[in-house]
Design a protein around this ligand. Structure first.
Ligand code: SAM
Length: 338
């Protein structure tokens, strides 16, 4: 078991498989950041598989693959196949911007992936282009669909092949996409998606620039209820079930969620760790600290030694993050996987 100094048991690991991304969302990356090629600095698939096996042996139950954009990592389907074969894994999920999902959904499902979370902040092609800093019509690859259309096709593909429930993550930005909250709810209801609104976190290259765009979760929810158009009924969730709070839209079968890392943090039930693509274990999203697992891995540490390193990192996990006091954290969300 991985139990930290505050009695929290770790059950969830987010594994970033690449720092590269095919979008430059304003709240995440700078448009000037390059799309660096994958290289030897990245953990290889064998290294990821070995680390995940050790984490599972230590009590981690759920793994999420993320990035960067995870579907940019070559042969990701092979990694999914290998990970789902590991004993002890209860759930393998993927977070993606959806651009390449139409191409890979069926293979991912066949390889054993359980479900996907798709990030989509808008249904308006111009707003999509403005947020992602990517020309709205520019094709994903030669001869393919443009940005927003590709994501919508990715969502349809995920539903078609059964990567369900498909969760849709919308980062809400005041003055940019907040007026689309009701339209996103309607879209999610029509499609059968579980929509979650996400407060911006002061992380990443563009963090301080978007301070004025922050919208607290309660205000996001007010947007749905203010006009009397929706009544939201809180759904009780088991502690440790994750950072989202969920609500049933009265009179419907649809739920919405809200993730409020800032206005109402959930550190006391945090059960997660993050492995970066370069092999650092990050034990709190709101802190710079991390433990290098790649060096011992490449210097020949055996399984017992690697487990000691992992346990060491867990013991360093702080009680909580400091988003409220500190405005921007310099580390990049695209390197942490969200
Ligand atoms: N490329 C994949 C994607 O788009 O889902 C996976 C990586 S992305 C970093 C994971 C999630 O982090 C996305 O839902 C993204 O919207 C969110 N994210 C990135 N920067 C954020 C920020 N500053 N505040 C809140 N969420 C952020």
């Amino acid at each position: 078991m991985l139990i930290d100094s505050f009695g929290r048991t770790m059950r969830y690991l987010r594994v970033s498989v690449t720092d590269r991304c095919n979008l430059f969302c304003t709240y995440c990356r700078l448009a000037t950041e390059e799309m660096l090629p994958n290289n030897r600095e990245l953990l290889s698939f064998d290294e990821i598989i070995r680390l995940v096996r050790l984490f599972l042996e230590l009590g981690i139950e759920r793994i999420r693959l993320t990035g960067g954009e995870p579907l940019l990592r070559r042969n990701l389907v092979e990694l999914v196949r290998a990970l789902t074969a590991l004993p002890g894994l209860q759930e393998l999920t993927l977070t993606t911007n959806g651009l390449l999902l139409e191409r890979f959904a069926a293979d991912l499902r066949a390889a054993g992936l359980h479900r996907v979370n798709i990030s989509l902040d808008t249904l308006n092609p111009d707003t999509f282009a403005a947020i992602t800093q990517r020309a709205s019509g520019s094709p994903v690859a030669h001869g393919e669909r443009g940005g927003l259309a590709a994501v919508l096709a990715g969502i349809a593909a995920a539903l078609r092949v059964g990567l369900r429930p498909v969760k849709l993550n919308m980062v809400v930005l005041r003055g940019i996409n907040d007026q689309e909250i009701p339209a996103m709810v309607q879209f999610a209801r029509q499609q059968g998606l579980l929509l979650r609104f996400i407060e911006t976190m002061p992380v990443g290259a563009a963090g301080s620039a978007m301070a004025g765009q922050f919208m607290p979760a309660d205000e996001i929810l007010d947007r749905l209820t203010a006009q009397g158009d929706h009544v939201l009924l809180p759904i009780p969730t088991a502690s440790g079930s994750g950072p989202a709070r969920y609500f049933r839209i009265e009179g419907t079968e649809a739920d919405v969620g809200v993730i409020s890392a800032r206005s109402r943090h959930f550190c006391d039930t945090c059960n997660r760790m993050r492995l970066t693509a370069k092999g650092n274990l990050v034990y709190c999203l709101g802190r710079e600290d991390r433990l290098d697992l790649k060096s011992p891995l490449r210097n020949g540490a055996d399984d017992a030694e690697m487990k000691t390193w992992i346990q060491e990192a867990v013991s360093l996990k702080p009680a909580g993050h400091t988003f409220a006091q500190q405005e921007t954290h310099s580390h990049r969300m695209s390197a942490l996987g969200g």
